[in-house]
Structure formats: structure tokens, C-alpha cells
Design a protein around this ligand. Structure first.
Ligand code: E4P
Length: 212
């Protein structure tokens, strides 16, 4: 499974660049940084050599395609994030035909994921955390999309998004999501276990009794 970091914070990305395979941003994450969007995206592309998602703001096909055409030249690793709407899928089809990679975002059903795959999306981003927040089954959606894609050998990669905690990360891996995009705090927690800390402390204590 590929691991992306879900942030527009350059310090977080710099710290985790040794680990991650890519980066996802969105307008809310970019807004937190109080810096120009393109400047942030260009800086991220210098830090991580993998897919970097940059989201369009327009809602019409034409405006999405126009924005995408100005974002894609920033760097070869740019992937254009397009919202899951009918207009958005028309844009995905056009961009795919131009060789511009896309990440279809705000996906909440397997039918939406199928539409994205039919249009040639590179990635599809089901938002598992937001589904769980409403009492739904985010991981169930990942499983459904996986089944649909396997039935027809769609090449679109399933990118588990809106990851809230380490259990989400593990479940995404168990279900065979191609990618999980994970917030900085959750990534850091994935290294930890209290028994590891206890084990290290005990080994060090016992080591004191080894003759030198
Ligand atoms: C994905 O690409 C999105 O940026 C992100 O995962 C959204 O997550 P949220 O529900 O925590 O905002």
C-alpha cells in the first residue's frame, strides 16, 4: 500500500518526506497555511517525489479543465483533484485524454467510484472518516469499490481518504486499498505501541546488569 500524507503544511511534509509516497491537499488544508496555493504546491513537489494532488475550485467542466491546465505544468508529479460531479467527470475524461492525471475527490458511494473509473481517473478518493462521522460504514465503501474495480479490472487506484485514526489506516490496508492518505498526527501514531516502549525500557534496565 502506498502511503500519502494529507496536509498542505510544508514542515510536516518535510519531516515525513523520507516515508511518504505522495501528498494530498485540499482547499481547506491550503487555507490553513495562509500562503499562496501555487507557491505551496511547487514547494511540496520539491520535497516529495510522488503524486501531489492539487484541487481545482471551479465547478463547471470548462473552468476545471482550464485550472487543471495551469496547475499541471507546475511539476510532472502534479495530480489534479476534481470533485465527484457529472461536470467533474467530463473534465476527468478530457484531462485523461491529454495525459493529465486526476484524483476524484469527495466520493461517498461505489456508484460514484465506478463513474470516476469509467472516465479514466487515476485515483478515486472515498472519504471514510466523513462517512463514519455520520454513522455510516466508511470501510464498507472501500470494500464495495474494491469488488467493483476487481470485477472489471479498472486501473483506477483506490485512495482511502479522510483517515481519522490508525485503525482506519490498518483497515484500509486489510481491504487492499492502493493508497491511504493520512494526516501527520495519525502517521506519527502508526509507529507507536506502549508495549514497544515498555520493552525498550526493560531491555535497557536489564542491560545495566550485563558485565562490561
Ligand atoms: C483527501 O484527499 C482529503 O484531503 C482529506 O482526506 C479530507 O479529510 P477530512 O475529512 O479530514 O477533511
Amino acid at each position: 500500500m502506498k502511503l500519502f500524507i494529507d496536509t498542505a503544511n510544508v514542515s510536516e511534509i518535510r519531516e515525513m518526506a523520507w516515508l511518504v509516497d505522495g501528498v494530498t491537499t485540499n482547499p481547506s488544508l491550503v487555507a490553513k497555511e495562509k500562503r499562496p496555493f501555487r507557491e505551496i504546491i511547487a514547494e511540496i513537489c520539491e520535497l516529495v517525489d510522488g503524486p501531489i494532488s492539487a484541487e481545482v475550485i471551479g465547478l463547471e467542466t470548462d473552468t476545471m479543465v482550464a485550472e487543471a491546465r495551469t496547475l499541471a505544468p507546475i511539476h510532472d508529479n502534479i495530480v489534479i483533484k476534481i470533485p465527484m460531479t457529472e461536470a467533474g467527470m467530463k473534465a476527468v475524461k478530457i484531462l485523461t485524454s491529454e495525459g493529465i492525471r486526476t484524483n476524484v475527490t469527495l466520493v461517498f458511494s461505489a456508484n460514484q467510484a465506478m463513474m470516476a473509473a469509467k472516465c479514466g481517473a487515476t485515483f478515486v478518493s472515498p472519504f471514510v472518516g466523513r462517512i463514519d462521522d455520520m454513522g455510516g460504514d466508511g470501510m464498507g465503501l472501500i470494500a464495495e469499490i474494491k469488488d467493483c474495480y476487481q470485477n472489471y479490472c479498472f486501473a483506477t487506484e483506490i485512495l482511502a481518504a479522510s483517515i481519522r485514526h490508525t485503525r482506519h489506516l490498518l483497515d484500509a490496508a486489510l481491504l487492499g486499498a492502493d493508497v491511504a492518505t493520512v494526516p501527520y498526527g495519525v502517521l506519527k501514531k502508526a509507529f507507536d505501541h506502549p508495549l514497544t516502549d515498555l520493552g525498550i525500557a526493560r531491555f535497557l534496565k536489564d542491560w545495566e546488569g550485563v558485565p562490561r
